[in-house]
Design a protein around this ligand. Structure first.
Ligand code: GDP
Ligand code: MN
Length: 399
């Protein structure tokens, strides 16, 4: 789960990372009011969206008056910000963060990531702040400092000092840098983050080290033990298909293709997507409906898959081990009666009570295309969709 910049700054400041004074606003008027409360004579207005690259896309504006703040906000609120990280559809701006502007002397890149090969948290830093890490690694690869943390002892003082020296931090500022590094590491570890990124971490003219930007991503599977983090979730920034699935307790990932997949088991769902590709099609989603596919659950899954406008055929692939094919077949029949579905549906069942399952599907009188092997199912789904394209355009009833 991602959170907003202002939320990440709040989290990190509780771990000893210094930030500039700032406040959140939901309207241009409120933004101007917040700036007056903060005081000073220049402010930065920052669009709060779950994506980087806002600066280049017009989502970060330096302002020197009430009028400038209001004008900057008028350009942001209710609009979609398109950056190289959002995809062409962009992300809606519903909140802005107003921060006292800071005189920047140096910009540093600081990131903490989970390094899977060493199974450790890795600190990645560079003198070349302000640039994206992807660009730094291409243009200035030698400037990147990497350091892995031994989890048994955590980030050590000497290690944090080594990183500071490698970044060319001046001796009087090293202690601040050490505090920042240790704060980021503790936040990462204590809150089950998978990523912390401060870009830029700045050194100001008056010798302070501040996080001018902040991004944090958390491990979804650990959110249950951090209620104060889970409540920072902002559904307006998520793929609407995925938020609907999460609300229904289904494991769903939206993709760009047009063959909707309903599968029990994550591994089988991956294999199903691969086979669709092998048959020349593109999956519209990953969906694991889990072991106990009750008729209600199958119906929920159909509704979710059909709410994606791109879906032009549905492939149901169930392997009944603990489950029973006849129950699943009943679920599919019930779902097809409840949810209005106007695209071809291919069902492949295997495992316990498969004959009984096939009989239920055959006798339902519904136009279900049956398949025995996964390859056959994928070919039928891809074939059904391409045949269907030749027919006149149909109007989709959204459930
Ligand atoms: P991003 O583009 O989404 O990563 O957004 P950032 O928060 O990193 O802001 C983009 C750029 O705006 C930063 O790299 C800074 O150069 C600049 N910026 C942000 N806040 C301030 C500030 O308070 N003062 C000054 N002078 N520049 C700022
Ligand atoms: Mn940034």
């Amino acid at each position: 789960m991602d959170i907003h910049e202002y939320q990440a700054k709040d989290v990190l400041s509780n771990f000893g990372v210094t930030i500039a004074p700032g406040a959140l606003a939901y309207s241009p008027e409120q933004a101007a009011y917040r700036a007056r409360e903060l005081g000073g004579d220049s402010w930065v207005v920052k669009a709060q969206v779950h994506a980087g690259g806002r600066g280049k896309a017009g989502g970060v504006k330096l302002c020197q008056s009430d009028q400038e703040i209001q004008a900057a906000c008028e350009d942001m609120f209710g609009k979609k910000l398109v950056t190289h990280q959002t995809g062409p559809q962009g992300k809606g701006i519903y909140r802005v963060y107003v921060e006292a502007a800071v005189p920047i002397e140096r910009e540093i890149y600081l990131g903490l990531v989970l390094d899977r090969s060493s199974q450790r948290v890795m600190i990645v830093a560079s003198k070349e702040g302000g640039m994206e890490i992807e660009d730094i690694s291409v243009e200035k690869p030698d400037s990147i400092v990497r350091s892995t943390v031994e989890p048994a002892v955590g980030l050590q003082e000497f290690q944090a000092r080594e990183i500071s020296f490698a970044l060319g931090i001046e001796p009087p500022l090293v202690q601040q840098m050490v505090r920042t590094l240790k704060g980021c590491y503790r936040a990462f570890r204590d809150l089950d983050a998978t990523m912390v990124e401060i870009n830029p971490l700045v050194i100001t003219g008056d010798g302070r080290i501040l996080a001018l930007d902040a991004k944090m991503t958390f491990d979804d599977n650990a959110l249950f033990r951090h209620p104060q983090i889970s409540e920072l979730r902002d559904k307006s920034q998520e793929d609407p298909r995925e938020s609907r699935a999460a609300d229904r307790g289904l494991s769903y990932v939206g993709l760009d293709g047009n063959i909707g997949c309903i599968v029990n088991g994550a591994g089988l769902a991956m294999a199903t997507m691969d086979t669709i590709k092998l048959a020349g099609g593109e999956p519209a989603n990953f969906l694991d409906i889990g072991g106990g596919a009750t008729p209600e659950r199958v119906a929920k899954a159909f509704r979710l898959v059909m709410s994606d406008q791109n879906v032009q055929a549905v492939l149901v692939n169930i392997f009944a081990g603990i489950n029973r094919c006849d129950w699943v077949a009943e679920g599919v029949v019930q779902a097809l009666k409840e949810v209005q579905i106007d695209v071809p549906v291919v069902v492949r069942l295997a495992g316990t009570n498969v004959q009984e399952g096939q009989r239920i599907l055959a006798q339902s009188g519904l136009p279900i295309i049956r398949a025995t092997t996964l390859m056959e199912a994928a070919e039928r789904a891809v074939g059904a969709w391409s045949n269907d394209l030749k027919q006149a355009t149909r109007v989709r009833a959204v459930q």
